[in-house]
Design a protein around this ligand. Structure first.
Ligand SMILES: [Zn+2]
Length: 142
């Protein structure tokens, strides 16, 4: 049998082509997977935003989706409780105006916007309020 250089060359070329086609295929699979993943994450976020907006708008109404509301309300309460606990451990203060618990690095109350400056002359009894019941309770846990 004669050595057919042409045929070997052809085979090598087509094999090389096949490999690069496969590589291309693999890279487009990876890219597609990433694109799909990105788009899915985007959609999930959009659904969450939509759900949140829906919940805020209808939480006091008797809508068919009401079954979701109880679990969400429960989770929100638990989140409040955990945030409160964290604030206590971090030395929370109470707003002199509305009495809500505020993280000690808040400059303004996040509920009523009151300036939480300790030296604010408007609140002479601020110190008293700060060292009132709940805050000292929180500190004793440390
Ligand atoms: Zn306040």
């Amino acid at each position: 049998m004669a050595f057919d250089f042409e045929q070997i060359k052809q085979t090598m070329v087509s094999a090389g082509k096949e490999v690069s086609e496969k590589a291309k295929e693999a890279s487009s699979i990876a890219k597609l997977k990433l694109d799909i993943h990105t788009k899915e994450e985007f959609l999930t976020k959009q659904y969450a935003e939509l759900g949140k907006a829906f919940y805020q708008a209808h939480k006091n109404e008797d809508v068919p989706e009401r079954s979701f509301f109880a679990t969400i309300a429960e989770a929100e309460e638990e989140l409040d409780r955990l945030n409160n606990e964290l604030m206590d451990l971090q030395g929370a203060v109470r707003c002199p105006k509305c009495g809500s618990k505020q993280s000690d690095d808040n400059v303004f109350c996040n509920q009523c916007g009151t300036n939480l400056n300790w030296k604010n002359p408007e609140y002479e009894n601020f110190e008293e309020i700060i060292h009132g019941e709940n805050v000292s309770e929180g500190n004793s846990q440390l």
